[in-house]
Design a protein around this ligand. Structure first.
Ligand code: NI
Ligand code: MN
Length: 249
């Protein structure tokens, strides 16, 4: 058996918008679930082209151990309550959002706040700054928005959440050797392509996975132009198909 065989494969599935399912090989971590109200996701399910892809997008069947929520907006929490109640997964977010779920009877959450790290059974999570806003769908104050830096075995991932470009991202680059940065690129509500490229430089990561684009009219992007702009700046941009699974290094 070679070392490669002994390595646990980590897999990332894109569920549309800012939602990803990360399978560490041992635990499954879901980010910002917004699946059932996402019309693009539902169109793909209706077309029924690829059975695995379609199955990955079934809100009633998604299995996960953790749900990480970057901030309180509807397009990041829409399916969280149902998934948390069905799976018994642990919600990890800022204090205000975890408290909001606790009031709905989901009382096994893990509250964090900016700059704090915690060692979970799959690895370490740090809750980091995002420049954005954060109100929950019912109008409840959703604390300050954030992103997550995950260190899982040898793999380090930055999930930025919804954010503007900020100089604070340099702190992440100084702190951790990132393998992947999952960055918003849709512009209007978050960074656009140009600022996401600058963010990649700030966090010192040349493997970017795009999110928060195409879902609504305001954030439609030209995929080829975005990829070219990244490549021209020596950063790779992956735009995953919705339902697609990617093996991480
Ligand atoms: Ni938002
Ligand atoms: Mn958003």
């Amino acid at each position: 058996m070679t070392l490669i065989d002994l390595e646990i494969k980590k897999k990332l599935t894109y569920l549309g918008h800012a939602c990803f399912l990360l399978d560490t090989g041992e635990k499954k971590i879901l980010f910002d679930p917004f699946i059932s109200p996402n019309s693009i996701v539902q169109e793909i399910r209706k077309k029924n082209l690829d059975a695995t892809q379609v199955a990955n997008l079934d809100v009633d069947k998604i299995e996960c151990d953790y749900v990480l929520i970057s901030h309180g907006h509807e397009d990041h929490v829409a399916d969280a309550e149902a998934i948390l109640k069905r799976t018994g997964a642990k919600v990890v977010s800022n204090f205000e959002i975890v408290s909001w779920f606790a009031e709905k009877g989901i009382d096994n959450g893990h509250p964090m706040n900016h700059g704090g790290s915690w060692e979970f059974d799959f690895g370490t999570v740090k809750y980091v700054n995002a420049v954005h806003s954060s109100v929950l769908p019912d109008g409840t104050y959703g604390g300050n928005p954030g992103g997550f830096v995950l260190c899982i075995g040898d793999t380090n991932i930055y999930y930025a959440g919804d954010t503007a470009l900020t100089y604070d991202m340099r702190l992440i680059g100084e702190d951790v050797n990132l393998d992947y940065a999952i960055l918003p690129i849709g512009d209007n509500f978050t960074m656009g392509v140009s600022d996401a490229i600058r963010a990649a430089k700030f966090v010192k990561c040349d493997q970017v996975i795009g999110m928060h684009y195409d879902t609504f009219g305001y954030i439609e992007i030209d995929h080829e132009a975005a990829k070219k702009q990244f490549t021209d700046n020596l950063v790779n941009l992956a735009l995953m198909e919705i339902g697609e699974q990617k093996e991480l290094i």
